[in-house]
Design a protein around this ligand. Structure first.
Ligand code: PMP
Ligand code: GLU
Length: 397
């Protein structure tokens, strides 16, 4: 029987697979250090847990409007006004089952077969698969480590063709931690307006910025670029709510309405209890978030310093999110025991086999000279994991 050719071509999410493998090995009693984590290692704050219990007590156990409750969409509008200087009304917002689901809906809503989507490399691995699922074509830009992995305007211009439909801007970026400043965003916004392409602005890591950086939403640059931008965000990272599955998108009403129709037939509404808790979360106190960011910052500085002290490895200092791209170029071509390290996959496999350390091979993000390490694990784990990586590097020849 012939199955869907298009969907047989969709790769598994390697980040989720590695995270699951690491959690399973730990549960089985193995002493694994998992640098694969794509989620905060902090619990969801208590006041949000209380809100979920309250939702049950007051009987919020039924279908909600499929694009999300009006109360949550109003809370999101208040948040966008307060934190992002963006004015939207609730009919320009859709709440989905996680930011990933909003991204899926967004590509489905804007792409026709063959439309091109520009994605700077290294990219978060779901973008190309989401584009494929919507019959689009990804056009990658090879960014440079010395430019903090940000595409230059010339590189962006070179990627444009008459088929360009959208640019994915992940700010702050997973996996490379770059954060765009106002001047860079203005230049990208001008290019989008001049050439009439959409910007999918994935801002899920907006709260996780360091070194005094301030996150800026590209849609807030001017009304022209706002009319071309879909701003994606969610509860997973800032509120440590990865399992609750609430994300959202703000954008032009016509697109949001198509996304809503798609969602109404595919998943209906996001979970009613999680929606209520998210509404309370958005207007709630920020102390726990601030503590979490301070802790991430300490780990980030420690980890970058340690990596750069290990012979054969290096990394830049990321400005946002909770990941470091570790450059392993000098390890490639060397041998570990009988294993030839010929790229990020063999590096990651050998590291797991011999040192019980998981990292995400950069090839998954289109960057085979790197592996991604998350610092969403405790400082003690980071220290131990880096000791093991140092030992692994000593054993290469
Ligand atoms: N965008 C980026 C860049 C991510 O790293 C993630 C990972 N969780 C998501 C979107 C999706 O987040 P969620 O679906 O948990 O809201
Ligand atoms: N986004 C996180 C990561 O990159 C979580 C896993 C996923 O959704 O891909 O690790």
């Amino acid at each position: 029987m012939m199955l869907s050719k298009k969907n047989q071509n969709i790769a598994e999410s390697l980040t989720l697979a590695i995270d699951a493998k690491s959690k399973k090995m730990s549960a089985e009693g193995h002493d694994v250090i998992g640098f694969g984590a794509g989620e905060p290692d902090f619990p969801t704050p208590d006041y949000i847990l209380k809100a979920a219990k309250e939702a049950l007590d007051i009987g919020l156990t039924r279908y909600t409007p499929s694009s999300g409750t009006l109360q949550l969409r109003e809370a999101i509008c208040r948040k966008l006004e307060r934190d992002n200087r963006l004015h939207y009304t609730p009919d320009a917002i859709i709440v989905s089952n996680g930011a990933k689901h909003s991204l899926f809906n967004a590509f489905q809503a804007i792409l026709n077969p063959g439309d091109e989507v520009i994605i700077p490399k290294p990219y978060w691995l779901s973008y190309p698969e989401l584009v494929k699922m919507a019959d689009g074509v990804s056009v990658f830009i090879d960014t440079k480590e010395e430019n903090s992995f940000k595409p230059t305007i010339d590189e962006l211009k070179k990627a444009l063709t008459p088929k360009t439909k959208a640019l994915v801007l992940n700010n702050p970026c997973n996996p490379n931690g770059c954060v765009y400043d106002r001047a860079e965003l203005v230049a990208i916004a001008d290019l989008a307006v001049e050439n009439g392409f959409f910007i999918i602005s994935d801002e899920i890591y907006e709260e996780l910025v360091y070194d005094g950086m301030k996150h800026i939403s590209i849609a807030s640059i001017n009304e022209e670029v706002k009319a071309l931008t879909l701003t994606i965000n969610g509860m997973s990272k800032a509120y440590a709510m990865t399992g609750w599955r609430i994300g959202y998108c703000a954008g032009p009403k016509e697109i949001i309405s198509i996304m809503g129709n798609i969602q109404s037939h595919s998943t209906s509404n996001p979970n009613s209890i999680a929606q209520y808790a998210s509404m309370i979360a958005i207007d709630g106190p920020k102390e726990e978030l601030e503590k979490m960011v301070e802790e991430f910052d300490r780990r980030r500085l420690y980890m970058a310093k340690r990596i750069n002290e290990i012979p054969g490895l290096s990394c830049g200092l990321p400005k946002g999110a909770f990941y470091i791209m570790m450059n392993i170029k000098r390890a490639i071509g060397k041998k570990h025991g009988n294993t030839m390290i010929d790229g990020s996959l063999t590096f990651a496999d050998a590291l797991l086999d011999t040192q019980k350390v998981t990292v995400v091979p950069g090839i998954a993000f289109g960057a085979d000279n790197f592996v991604r390490l998350s610092y969403a694990i405790s400082k003690e784990q980071i220290e131990k994991g880096l000791d093991r990586i140092e030992q692994f590097m000593k054993e290469l020849d």
